[in-house]
Unconditional design. Sequence first.
Length: 367
Amino acid sequence: MFVDKYEKRMYNNLSENVFTGFRELFPEEYFVGFVTLKDVAKVAGVSYATVSRALSGSPEIGESTRKRVVRICEEMGYTPNSVARSMVMKRTNIIGLIVTSIDNPFMSEMTAHLEIYARKCGYNLMVCNSSYNLDLEKEVFALLLGRKVDGIIIIPVGNESYDTLKTLTAQVPTVFIGENMLDLPENYVSVDNTSGMMQATEYLYSLGHRRILYFGARDNSMTHKLRVDGYLHACEKLGITPNVIRNTSARSSFQVGYVLASEHFQKGFSETAILCAADTLAIGVIQAAYEKGIRIPEDLSLMGFDNISFSALPPIDLTTVNQPKQELAISALDMLNNRIKKPDAPHTRTILSPSVVIRNSCRAIDN
């Protein structure tokens, strides 16, 4: 609210008459609860300038006075006008984050890591869901632009996100997470999805598996395309016949995994191991297998990708490929911070290495 001279100066130096007129337009109760610097100064028995200097850390104010002013601010519930401050500083210290779905465990874990590290870097995080919808993704991106965020981190819907967003990403520092943008002129941080799935296939092969089903390939995602490519490369290298079940939905959820696995088990199966494109799909497979009386790993070995927190729970105990989520978050924030400071710098890309996490959902077999 326009409630004191300090903030009026931030708003294009509005005159005292304009400010007074604004107050007269509204009833007094409209301003109840809005504690101003003027209110703090009155209670503290000091000048307005003294309060302002105390809160800004000015060396002109003694430490005892500063502590007393800060204490009174806390007691009165004073909060600075961040909108006014951002107009002067040309910074909001807010970063936008767009995820495909916050209820996806991988997304929620990534959000947690990003929020923690953003605060360490002096930023607050504003989170939006795209709900796997390209139109909504563009809408929330524009919304964040309108909020004057300093930068945006996005886990995109899929391959098409670049084309639909490129006019917007040109207006604000942007970093993509997860989706490998290859040679496109964007900043991104990703894991080496091809290498990760090759490692997974080779691990199952080392246990004696030769009939390995790849489960849940999605054609609308570069991430998933690179993962299935890793599986196919490994099959060719190892001399085994590939077998792929595709996921035609927009997401890799527990429910999708359950439905696809139920349909597959209904037809009968010959593979000894299933390699899932994501942990969420693998958990759906576990539910479908349980209902069909298929034991994991006694009857069927199962492996996932992502290493979400649910995977380590004792009833699941899923062998999987780890995406280093904390490292992804730190790399993305550092990259975005550099872009904010140097918006004309060349685009940068970081590819992190995945690793196999061995638990108890796979077993060795004799050929």
